[in-house]
Write a protein that binds this ligand. Structure first.
Ligand SMILES: [Zn+2]
Length: 312
């Protein structure tokens, strides 16, 4: 079987495809070689079985081919992707244990590089969004979960298990738990006391309940209970401090429903005092520019980089 890796270096204009695979929908977008979107299509994700999931994705690959995408197609997906075997570890797709990229290549005849969706977000923002001009960029999504990606000089550095960027599953620092009287909760990842348990959208609801006894949705808490918001900001600032001491980014781009709340980036930047090593410069905290488009766009960039790497 012939695997076409693309011809974007030969001077012939060609379209690039990106697919954003989610638990309920699969969105495909086609871009020209200036990365301007030319078409898009959204279909439901069939999660009844792995074979059904593959059929959903190949349907989108066929549509991209019909749009004129001849070779380069990237796929962004939730879950971890092992960097050597390509095997998936996914909580909300029936793909755990499967090498999704290899199976799609066998079905479609195309190499389809697969990237974790949070990393696609980080790559999109670092190369074409809020992180332009910064060399060491963290994309940090704060929404239903807390996760992100690390981009250095416009590429994602290699890692051992594909888990770098799982910022939400770092543990809350003991001094923050003590000073703010925070609950130490079991996390969906199997660990205990993770940042995600209090920083995510559902985490904010838990935090508000712990502090006030009230059950409210995240948007209401944000606007009506300022003491919960200030506590949440202290927790978030503590996470930024840990990210700074480990990855030392010059920019952190915030995404997700909570991460892109109006004014949050500036408020978080102001809350960083006391969370950074003395004498160090804080990272710039920036709101994302792409919105929902980052998954497909980042996957397309990842595929483009895969082709370029293969061509050198
Ligand atoms: Zn966790």
């Amino acid at each position: 079987m012939r695997l076409d890796t693309g011809t974007i270096l030969d001077g012939i204009s060609t379209l690039i495809g990106g697919i954003d695979l989610g638990g309920t929908k699969i969105e495909a977008r086609a871009y020209d070689d200036a990365m301007t979107e030319v078409s898009r299509r959204r279909i439901p994700t069939d999660t009844t079985s792995y074979q059904a999931l593959l059929a959903s994705i190949t349907d989108q690959v066929s549509w991209l081919k019909d749009q004129g995408v001849t070779s380069t197609i990237g796929l962004g997906t939730p879950g971890l992707i092992h960097p050597e075997t390509g095997r998936m570890l996914s909580a909300n797709l029936p793909a755990t244990g499967h090498a999704l990229g290899a199976d799609l290549a066998a079905l479609t005849g195309h190499i389809i590089p697969v990237i974790k969706d949070c990393r696609a977000f980080a790559l999109a923002e670092a190369t074409h969004g809020a992180g332009i001009g910064y060399r060491n960029v963290i994309g940090l999504i704060i929404g239903t979960g807390v996760a992100g990606g690390h981009v250095i000089d416009r590429t994602i550095p290699p890692d051992h298990n594909g888990q770098s960027g799982e910022f939400g599953h770092l543990p809350l620092p003991a001094h923050i738990v003590s000073e703010l009287d925070l609950p130490v909760l079991a996390c969906g990842c199997g660990l205990v006391g993770c940042f995600e348990t209090l920083l995510s959208g559902p985490g904010l609801t838990r935090l508000a309940h712990h502090m006030t006894g009230q059950d409210q949705t995240a948007p209401d808490i944000w606007t009506t209970i300022p003491e919960v918001k200030s506590t949440w900001l202290r927790i978030a600032a503590s996470l930024v401090g840990i990210i700074s001491r480990t990855a030392d980014p010059d920019a952190i781009v915030l995404g997700g429903g909570l991460g892109t709340a109006h004014g949050l980036a500036d408020e978080l930047a102001k809350a960083l005092d006391g969370n950074l090593l003395a004498g160090t410069a804080p990272p710039r905290i920036l709101p994302a520019q792409f919105g929902d488009a980052s998954g497909a766009f980042g996957a397309a960039i990842y595929a483009q980089q895969h082709v370029l790497k293969g061509a050198t």
